[in-house]
Design a protein around this ligand. Structure first.
Ligand SMILES: [Zn+2]
Length: 477
């Protein structure tokens, strides 16, 4: 049974979907007013991993992630850059798609854009008005939070405290109450606008997500997710307006990912604007970035320093090397035979590792604990290939199947499967290793050294182990 930490109840809950086997999930997507940065990547990779794990556990996941293309921050950038909001949205939306693909994030079932749903949003506001939850004031329309009893339940605050803390534009004289939030904003000079029953204007940000979530997934969904910074006021507002409209719970489970603490002093200037994914990818592989993110549990903060991401790159290289080694040995034909005690032990380790991995992930997707299991298994697998007398196909295939599952859950090392040339290279290198052994038997050191050195120049390093000679792509050169 999978357990999920629900921000709404502030505890671990057993995960039970409304419709058995189907997960209806709305993830608050980015505002497309700039490049995808590490904060976006953290949220996207964390939830992509959870989604992939739910699919591994046989759920069908309907995953909706919006792109916010009309909002205060969009207008700010468009005004500064003297461009239309649509132009800004198009450019950065393309950038997001490019970077999301580069990070191997699974495509959403649908990526709705706010600007294409204005009519549905206007209808939403009208219904709230009819029910007495919204009021018009000088061309703006506000949600009357005092009318909704549960306001503050997600962020765990009382209405009086919200009043003291204040929310966005506390000084706004059009509002009846400080925490009331805008559903519709009257047109201001230079801003994009749409016609409405309250005059020309545009929708409030929080309304966008409520409308699109209900439209594509229904009144009540299983998971609503986003960064911790969205809990208040964004998600609190979504709950208020949605539940006032339908009288039903808006989402069963609320998931929020932790922040990335950027320690800029510890980063070298040579790496440029480090926090943008497109720049980060110039220095690190997507696998390293994904590992950097998922080695920490999704709710915990991550400190971002150059050392830590360098370390993630080294880990990614090492893991890739072992995954590839196992893959190559699982495809060889000459390693079959009766199982020894060592073989049986290794098979048992694989079985136990998978069980321990699932146990870790079932506990609120604890990727941090899951990686402890994975590192232990890769060490054992590495030892098995380097030290056992005979490498059995049955064993390497069992390890390889689990490695494939892990690759698919963490969205890493796609190249192992895609790259058909790896197999060809492997066959050729094996042949060269065999030739080199023949030369060595004949004490022809000149030829045997030549093979080793030329392979090295071609980026392939040979390693003599007690039992056999292994090779790897030389990432240190
Ligand atoms: Zn949202």
């Amino acid at each position: 049974m999978i357990k999920i930490y629900n921000t709404l109840s502030r505890q671990l809950e057993e995960f039970e979907t409304i419709e058995p086997g189907v997960v209806r999930w709305y993830n608050c997507g980015p505002t497309v007013n700039g490049l995808m940065h590490l904060g976006h990547a953290r949220s996207a990779v964390a939830f992509d991993t959870i989604r992939r794990y739910l699919e591994y556990r046989k759920y069908k996941v309907r995953y909706i992630m919006n792109f916010t293309d009309i909002e205060d921050r969009m207008i700010e950038v468009a005004t500064n850059e003297k461009r239309s909001v649509l132009e800004v949205a198009e450019e950065y939306l393309r950038g997001f798609r490019r970077d999301m693909n580069a990070l191997n994030l699974k495509e959403a079932t649908i990526n709705p854009r706010a600007m294409l749903h204005i009519n549905q949003m206007i209808e939403f506001i009208q219904k709230l008005e009819e029910k007495g939850y919204a009021y018009e004031s000088k061309g703006d329309v506000y949600f009357d939070v005092k009318k909704f009893e549960g306001y503050g339940k997600l962020s765990n605050q009382k209405l009086e405290n919200i009043l003291q803390e204040g929310t966005e534009d506390t000084q706004n004289p059009n509002k009846r109450f400080v925490a009331d939030f805008a559903l519709w904003k009257a047109k201001k000079p230079g801003e994009p606008y749409w016609p409405s029953p309250w005059g020309e204007g545009r929708v409030g940000w929080s309304l966008e997500c409520s409308t699109m979530s209900m439209m594509y997934l229904g009144d009540t969904i299983d998971i609503h997710s986003g960064g911790q910074d969205l809990i208040f006021p964004h998600h609190e507002n979504e709950i208020a307006q949605s539940e006032s409209l339908t009288g039903k719970p808006f989402a069963k489970y609320w998931l929020h990912n932790g922040f990335i603490n950027m320690n800029k002093e510890k980063m070298s200037k040579s790496l440029g604007n480090f926090s943008n994914v497109v720049d980060l990818l110039k220095n690190y592989t997507a696998d390293a970035i994904r590992l950097f993110i998922v080695q920490t549990h999704y709710r915990s903060p991550i400190d971002f320093t150059e050392d830590i991401i360098d370390q993630a790159q080294a880990t990614a290289n090492k893991l890739f090397e072992i995954f590839l080694l196992v893959k190559l040995f699982s495809k060889k034909e000459d390693t079959d035979g009766p199982l020894t005690e060592t073989d049986k032990e290794m098979l048992e380790i694989v079985k136990q590792s998978r069980a321990a991995f699932i146990e870790a992930m079932d506990e609120d997707f604890n990727t941090s604990n899951a990686f402890a299991v994975i590192f232990n298994l890769t060490k054992e697998a590495n030892d098995y290939i380097r030290k056992s007398d005979d490498i059995k196909l049955k064993v390497t295939q069992a390890i390889d199947i689990f490695f494939d599952e892990l690759r698919s859950i963490f969205g890493i090392f796609e190249g192992i499967e895609k790259d058909e040339s790896t197999k060809t290279i492997s066959t050729l290198v094996d042949l060269l290793i065999e030739l080199r052994q023949e030369f060595r038997k004949d004490k022809n050191w000149v030829m045997s050294d030549k093979i080793r050195d030329d392979l090295k120049k071609a980026g392939i390093a040979l390693e003599d182990t007690p039992k056999r000679i292994l090779w790897k792509l030389d990432t240190d050169k």
